[in-house]
Write a protein that binds this ligand. Structure first.
Ligand code: NDP
Ligand code: OXD
Length: 306
């Protein structure tokens, strides 16, 4: 059995070294230089390019190198094997801190004062009183964000398909409740997985329910967002601004209008970056499980798409 790492455009030296430390008996190869594809039984993947998995005829499992699996599930001709994803408290903490920091920065008017400083403009204003946050998605990351915001005295609602109970957090499931909540909320945080049901969800119909001109924080996937609808919602003040960490095309093209937009903050997909040091144990455990014919930890439901 050998392990193949299929993670294009990223230095995998550290991951490779750590896997070899934990699994010294295991052959670890890095795509595209795979000498014996027929020996590969376990793949660690992120954005696998077309055809990159096709020669692994004895593949038993795929482990996503991130929390999301959309780039793996959309692979044309995906091998019919279990797929796992990263569930890591460190990743969740990073995401929660990213979201809280942007909510606080908005509440405290950081962006406004940066513009004012450019003009030596001394006009103090109270911090915003806005404190209602709606989180789309109540999974591992959505709940971590909800918890951190709630202990910082924000009023937090999470929305997902199934019922959930989380201390200090209001949870909704219906479309009617979602619309009512959108009308009232000051911040919308998207932490849904990308599936056929959620693609484009951040669009005109959702924005038209917003009555408090909330700030949109998209940390899910770029394809959740209808970019034209966002620009329109910002110009109509249905939204007061957007913090975008993920984009339909990454890296974001240098000519894209989001870069220079006065109401948009762009970050380069860094809200929660997979840390090799913390996730390697999970990858190693799953590799051992596959070798022993056991189920992997944190398998995704292939029919649900997350
Ligand atoms: P989970 O799978 O743990 O949670 C997904 C949540 O979304 C669940 O609560 C699920 O509901 C809900 N959901 C799914 N489909 C729908 C739907 N159609 N309508 C309503 N709710 C829905 O995922 P994570 O929290 O771990 O991660 C979420 C996403 O965050 C990832 O898929 C990835 O795209 C993104 N991400 C972004 C990162 C970044 O750096 N920007 C880093 C890591 C992840 P239910 O529980 O009812 O099934
Ligand atoms: C992930 C990501 O899904 O980095 O882990 O987006």
């Amino acid at each position: 059995m050998s392990i193949a790492i299929v993670i294009p455009n990223r230095d995998t030296t550290k991951l490779c070294g750590k896997l070899k430390d934990f699994l010294p008996e295991q052959q670890v190869e890095v795509w595209p230089t795979i000498k014996h594809p027929e020996h590969v039984e376990f793949v660690i993947a992120w954005n696998p390019p077309p055809k990159s998995l096709d020669s692994f005829i004895n593949l038993k499992a795929i482990a996503s190198f991130g929390a999301g699996v959309d780039s793996i599930l959309s692979y044309e001709g995906l091998p019919q094997v279990p797929v796992s994803r990263i569930v890591d408290p460190g990743l969740a903490q990073d995401m929660a801190r990213y979201v809280l920091s942007h909510v606080l920065a908005h509440q405290q008017r950081h962006r406004e004062y940066l513009f004012k400083q450019d003009n030596c403009d001394w006009r103090p204003r109270r911090a915003r009183g806005d404190n209602r946050v709606l989180i789309l998605g109540a999974g591992h990351l959505g709940r971590a964000c909800a918890n951190l915001l709630a202990i910082n005295n924000f009023t937090v609602t999470t929305w997902s398909k199934s019922k959930r109970v989380q201390e200090g957090v209001h949870h909704i499931v219906s479309q009617d409740d979602l619309e009512a909540c959108l009308a009232d909320t000051h911040y919308i945080v998207n932490l849904l997985p990308l599936t056929p049901y959620t693609e484009g969800i951040l669009g005109q119909s959702l924005f038209s329910n917003c009555k408090q001109s909330p700030l949109l924080i998209n940390v899910g996937r770029g394809a959740h967002l209808d970019e034209d609808a966002l620009l329109e919602a910002l110009s109509q003040e249905l939204l007061c601004g957007a913090v975008l960490d993920v984009f339909r095309q990454e890296p974001l093209d240098k000519t894209h209008c989001f870069w220079g937009h006065s109401k948009i903050t762009v970050t380069p997909h860094i809200s929660a970056v997979t840390d090799v040091n913390t996730v390697v144990k999970q990858l190693v455990e799953n590799c051992r499980r596959v070798k022993n014919g056991q189920d992997m930890l944190h398998c995704v439901n292939l029919s649900k798409g997350y």
